[in-house]
Design a protein around this ligand. Structure first.
Ligand SMILES: [Zn+2]
Length: 504
């Protein structure tokens, strides 16, 4: 297995900073809503505890699109070459992965007027549909010769023109003046995909641009393009917007969108999302990934307008957003975790088998679904984890006997005191993070010799010796390496860990 087909990463890290640094709530939401669950809000507010902004992530030097697809479906996103996911239990905002499909988008009146205003401003003839069909109207408008706006997909590479647009957008829309060419490049051009994937072939780009403009015959097209892309929007030949996207085997992931503030009336953000959905509707790839959804953040909950489903990282499956709302699972932006009748939320769910799945199914959570929200029962201040602290202590002790350097962290102290004063920092991975392999599952892997599956498959780049070597025997590795490998397995699952090169 060559390096280009491996996941090349630093060991997973855990970052904490004051909630005031959170880009979504800025630490300003009602304290009771910042805690992940009611029980924690009640406990912690009495004790004067508060919430921090907590993220898990790693630097990534190489990644295949298939691996990234799979990581997106476990709650990860990328920013340049950095892959991260929020700790849904501890952080101030519940950032749920949201995906939708072209059929799930039912444009509201606002979106219908957006489409029609856009067509008018672009000088394209109106082709009203009844019932309203956003895919048909947008495609017809852009295909018409009189349309002043054209778009083109191309490799996600740096140009002066793109940076000038980014600078204008950041300054006027986000009041951010701290950008420079390199920060733009790192954020919206760099990616951990292999060079040839970043570049693509002329055949791929030609087919993508043809399908995007609606120029494709017959049934859904089997798209060739996989990997990052910039879709450039030109008005009479001038660049006025860039959509940054990743083409994945299961669909299209929207990364970022920059637009010229002089064209605010054009609602280019909404139009570009609908255009990307229209593109998908002509391909065999089903899902449109919109990044994170935050129920109690206006900057993020607009995504509900596209319909869709949210990821439950504790069960590796998706639930329809409108059903979750009906069930009250998203009230106060709290944590949800659904479980079946056979399982009463007595402990954290084992995940390794689920992480090996290639696609995550959609489940209903309505009355007849047999599923119920067990977030309080498992993760709450009086839930299974809190009740079984002795078990966790003994699991940690046994892991230590195997030379795995984990320490006991008191679940009752999930939320610490004095948030605002403590600086940001990197700390060890907590023992409980939703979506990460539970400690008892890790221990059973260690005790049953399953960790030997890493031998000869997981590679280590030893930064002291400056050489790459495989794991020879997991059990005789030095303690620091064994611990780092356990963290990799807890975050990625055994199957993906076996295809990883860890830089230690
Ligand atoms: Zn927040």
């Amino acid at each position: 297995m060559d390096i280009a087909s491996r996941l090349v990463i630093t060991p997973p890290m855990y970052f904490e900073e004051p909630a005031s640094k959170c880009g979504y709530c800025k630490g300003e939401k009602a304290p009771a809503d910042a805690f992940s669950l009611n029980s924690w809000a009640q406990e912690s507010l009495e004790d004067g505890n508060s919430v921090r902004n907590s993220t898990l992530g790693f630097q990534c030097e190489n990644l295949t699109v298939e691996m990234y697809d799979s990581l997106c479906n476990r709650g990860f996103r990328r920013s340049g070459r950095f892959l991260y996911k929020p700790d849904l239990l501890r952080t101030c905002c519940r950032l749920y992965t949201i995906r939708t499909t072209p059929e799930q988008m039912h444009p509201s009146k606002e979106y219908r007027s957006c489409v029609r205003r856009f067509c008018k401003l672009a000088g394209a003839p109106q082709t009203p549909s009844q019932p309203f069909d956003y895919i048909r109207e947008l495609t017809a408008a852009l295909a018409d010769d009189s349309c002043r706006l054209t778009t083109r997909f191309e490799p996600a590479t740096y140009t002066e023109e793109k940076y000038a647009l980014f600078a204008k957008y950041q300054e006027e829309v986000h009041a951010d003046f701290k950008h420079n060419k390199r920060s733009f490049e790192r954020f919206l051009c760099d990616s951990p995909f292999p060079d040839e994937v970043q570049q693509g072939t002329s055949e791929e780009w030609a087919q993508l641009n043809a399908v995007s403009s609606g120029d494709c015959e017959g049934g859904p097209t089997d798209l060739l393009r996989l990997g990052p892309a910039h879709e450039c929007y030109y008005l009479d030949g001038t660049l006025i917007a860039v959509a940054v996207t990743d083409f994945l085997p299961s669909g299209l992931s929207s990364v970022y969108f920059i637009w010229d503030p002089a064209f605010r009336r054009w609602s280019l953000g909404k139009v570009s999302a609908m255009r990307e959905l229209a593109l998908l509707s002509r391909t065999t790839r089903p899902y449109y990934y919109l990044g994170y959804y935050v129920e109690d953040c206006p900057k993020m909950n607009y995504k509900a307008a596209y319909g869709g489903e949210l990821l439950d990282v504790t069960a590796a499956r998706y639930y329809p957003l409108d059903e979750l709302r009906k069930q009250g699972a998203l009230d106060h932006g709290h944590l949800f975790a659904y479980s079946g009748e056979d399982d009463h939320g007595e402990r954290e769910r084992e995940l390794d088998g689920l992480l090996g799945l290639d696609s995550y199914e959609r489940c209903d959570v309505g009355e007849d679904s047999g599923l119920r929200n067990v977030a309080e029962e498992v993760y709450g201040a009086h839930g299974a984890i809190a009740q079984n602290q002795q078990d966790y202590a003994s699991v940690v002790e046994t892991l230590q006997k195997y030379g795995i350097d984990y320490s006991y962290d008191d679940y009752a102290q999930l939320y610490g005191q004095s948030d605002s004063d403590s600086p940001e920092g990197i700390r060890p991975l907590p023992n409980v993070v939703p979506g990460m392999l539970p400690l008892h599952e890790l221990l059973s892997m260690v005790e049953s010799n399953r960790m030997n599956q890493l031998n000869g498959s997981l590679l280590i780049y030893d930064t002291q010796m400056l050489r790459i070597r495989p794991v020879f025997d997991f059990y005789t590795e030095p303690e620091s390496i064994k611990t780092a490998l356990c963290n990799v397995v807890r975050v990625l699952g055994l199957r993906l860990a076996k295809r990883t090169l860890v830089i230690i």
